[in-house]
Design a protein around this ligand. Structure first.
Ligand code: HSE
Length: 433
């Protein structure tokens, strides 16, 4: 009787030797036996490519062939899977992925910006070439959220997906609260600790987390990736007062992504929200990420873990590599790319209670004016509190009954014209979780 032949090694080409690339090299070297046992074949690295060949990264890259040009890496005959860890939504990363897919390679990437912009086209390109394009490491670092949604939760119709998916923002918000420090001071701390992206607005402007949300939306609702439809608001205007007032009412402020299919279209938001401090989302501390998926059969699933860093992100990359090594070929977004539908973006979001903080001139009729403006905008007041003060300005906190973001925007515009509101009011949605 002949023994079935074992598949040969799965040969990787790694483009990008930053934190994550180094982590992948380490896992492949340190867990070689374990990976081979689990995959039924060895996992090897054929070639690497990065900006500097001589930089000391604490790993030995001498055993691997070197390429200066990522596109050349993608064309190598001894590479089966290209791992794209260069970043950037266009340019070299896009050229690398396209070349790899059209030259018979599978691709694993951690590049959320690339997929948020070009994910639909790249998924189609992978399928027309009979290849696999996987991106677990692009969303919530080490949390296997893509795998959970595409496989474990495949029997559910997803009702809503939510997440805290930018660790830097969560670090800033929780540090502001625990140390009682203002945003600017904690932002500088985060910069010194190396937490911020080269363009900090990717983090604090909500863009990085918005990219991730747009990818989860596609999987959750079978829709084409539509990053431009994500409503984005960063955390730069959140004050220590907001954090304290929210806490007094039993809430935490989080940069929260929410995607849900409504009768009015697909709603995708990445905005600072109040969430109950007793919910796992409200308790999330530091740079940790959390994704909450609500399925019609399973109910609410909470996934929590490190959203960035060498080990966690490399772990996610290796999860995809192992699937490919085992011959598991899943569509990029959980269903064939040409079946992803173009969902209209919900123009009016679902209603919610809102937290409104403003400073009023302390004079007769000021509060009445504000109440009238809210009433005229169709916004009903649930709770209201005026804080003690010792000058001519009165800080006021209002919690509304359910209202849409349009109603709130209308009221805010009228506050500006009222002559009694000093400075910019703060409006934050209170998300029902
Ligand atoms: N800068 C991101 C974060 C990690 O802070 O979560 C990469 O997406």
């Amino acid at each position: 009787m002949s023994t079935p032949s074992r598949p040969g090694p799965l040969r990787l080409g790694i483009a990008g030797l930053g934190t994550v690339g180094v982590g992948v090299v380490k896992i492949v070297a340190q867990h070689a036996d374990l990976l081979a046992l689990r995959a039924g074949r060895p996992i090897t690295i054929s070639a690497v490519c990065a900006t500097s060949r001589t930089k000391d990264r604490g790993i030995d890259i001498a055993p691997y062939a070197w390429e200066d040009d990522p596109v050349a890496l993608a064309r190598r005959d001894d590479v089966d899977v290209v791992i794209e860890l260069m970043g950037g939504e266009n340019g070299a990363a896009k050229a690398l992925v396209e070349t790899a897919l059209t030259h018979g390679k599978d691709v694993v990437t951690a590049n959320k910006a690339l997929l948020a912009r070009h994910g639909n086209a790249l998924a189609r390109l992978a399928e027309t070439n009979g290849r696999t394009l996987r991106f677990e490491a692009a969303v919530a670092g080490g949390i296997p959220v893509i795998k959970s949604m595409v496989e474990g939760l495949a029997g559910n119709r997803v009702k809503r997906v939510m997440g805290v998916m930018n660790g830097t923002c969560n670090y800033i918000l929780t540090r502001m609260e625990s140390a009682g420090l203002p945003y600017d001071v904690v932002f500088e701390e985060a910069r010194k600790l190396g937490y911020l992206e080269a363009d900090p607005n990717l983090d604090v402007g909500g863009i990085d987390a918005g990219h991730k949300l747009s990818l989860l939306s596609a999987i959750a609702f079978g829709t084409a990736v539509d990053f431009d439809a994500v409503v984005l608001q960063g955390i730069g205007a959140i004050s220590i007062d907001d954090i304290k007032l929210a806490r007094d009412m039993g809430y935490s402020i989080k940069l929260l992504g929410v995607a849900q299919m409504t009768g009015r279209g697909l709603e995708q938001r990445m905005t600072p929200c109040l969430v109950p401090e007793t919910h796992p989302l409200g308790q999330l501390q530091g740079g940790t990420n959390m994704v909450v998926v609500e399925g019609d059969s399973v109910g609410q699933i909470v996934l929590r873990g490190a959203g960035a860093g060498e080990g966690p992100t490399a772990s996610a990359v290796m999860g995809d590599v192992m699937d490919i090594a085992r011959g598991l070929r899943l569509p990029t977004f959980g269903q064939p790319a040409d079946t992803l539908t173009e969902a209209p973006a919900a123009v009016v979001g679902t209603g919610a209670s809102w937290y409104l903080r403003m400073t009023l001139l302390d004079k007769p009729g000021a509060l009445a004016k504000i109440a009238t403006i809210l009433g005229d905008a169709g916004v009903s007041i649930d709770r209201m509190r005026q804080y003690s003060h010792d000058d001519a300005h009165a800080p006021v906190l209002i919690v509304t009954h359910k209202a849409t973001s349009d109603d709130i925007a209308l009221a805010l515009a009228r506050f500006g014209e009222s002559g009694v509101v000093v400075g910019q009011p703060m409006a934050l949605r209170i998300e029902e979780v």
